[in-house]
Design a protein around this ligand. Sequence first.
Ligand SMILES: [Fe+2]
Length: 459
Amino acid sequence: MSPASAEAATDMVAAERPHLHSGSGRVERLLARFHQVRNFTNALCTGLEPEDCVVQSMPDVSPTKWHLAHTTWFFETFILKKFVPGYRPEIPEYAYLFNSYYNAAGDMHRRDLRGLISRPTVRDAQRYRASIDLHIENLLSNADEKLLDDIEPILVLGRHHEQQHQELLITDIKHVFAQNPLYPVFRAGRARHSVRAEERTATECRPYRFVDFEEATVAIGHDGRGFAYDNEGPRHQALIPVFSLASRPVTNGEYIAFIEDNGYRRPEFWLSLGWMTVNEQRWQAPLYWTKHDGAWWHFTLSGFRTVDESEPVTHVSYFEADAYANWAGARLATEFEWERAALDGPIDGNFVEDELFHPAPTAVASAVSAEKTAQDEDLHQMFGDVWEWTRSAYSPYPGYRPAPGALGEYNGKFMCNQYVLRGGSCATSRSHIRRTYRNFFQPEKRWQFTGIRLARDPE
Ligand SMILES: [Fe+2]
């Protein structure tokens, strides 16, 4: 169907329903949030050329074009096809190309071959976005309260789904650009950093301390107010024995000490599977790091530059996080310890809206007096900057049941061989993260903004 006939179809849909809600606050609010998220995806692509948007640099990475179309397919499949009577997709083949993993929604194209698809073009994907947005706008503008009640939960899920893909879009384009010896820049400048990277040293960082938590029985999981994914429930009581949590994430400078102490060559710190992976993959440092003339450099979304020792270390696997913790005489937190520790603090930090696209440095010692440091009971950078690996396997909470149908495939079927990460990163939207949010990845994955916070048991 041509864009013109799509427009005609849209008009037809609009004509079929009475304008019950034009100007209604609920519809305006829903549409405003919908467009805000959709527009932010488009804004992330500003500066990307079509050639950038089609590359798949490894099976885990999806081309930008695919993210643009898949997030659109989500709204088309789970809202338009379900709620628009007689809805006919403009290009039915998109259902196959842009389904990710929903078996109940039909067959799908192979994930590792997404980079081989030159058609539809990037421009076609953008047209697809605009067309579906228009259909959603028409559907909502003409829906009665009952229909809105049915659509709203899926619309909200689709918004959060798109925010997840915004983060993937950023980490995927970073991986794509990192393969290029010209090291393209995604966003120039890191203006919010007042101190140049070369001027920082590890000794300038405020040292971390351990904040103690008494044994307690704590309610874990989402309380049902506002949106949450199904994997954040059911809310349940968990006994959390006494533990301590580091006041901030591990920095690059601290991680370099682990590397220089031959951490990557000493099996005593590593899980068996981790040790196998380090040797097979020949890891010697976090992803994107290279040593030049005795100094560590890394690729960032602002280009190739020296490693700033005061920034939280990122692009480390669970295996590296665990090995580092062992080397440091500590351990990783459980996800329950992390959630308990995050209960009282604000959800504040360096998120994607800050447009750094990189973790922000920890507070420098010169800015914090020794006395204040000693008295500081706060946890810093719990949210934003880097996702923190926990030692908790990604498993269902007691009583968890995935929803029936295709949307039940969103989380539940991935509860095997993955670890939970908490807190969000510099590529996460502020409006997307929660204290109860459970991200999850396989232990060898390194291309997300993943980092380390230490925990320990009482001595
Ligand atoms: Fe998806």
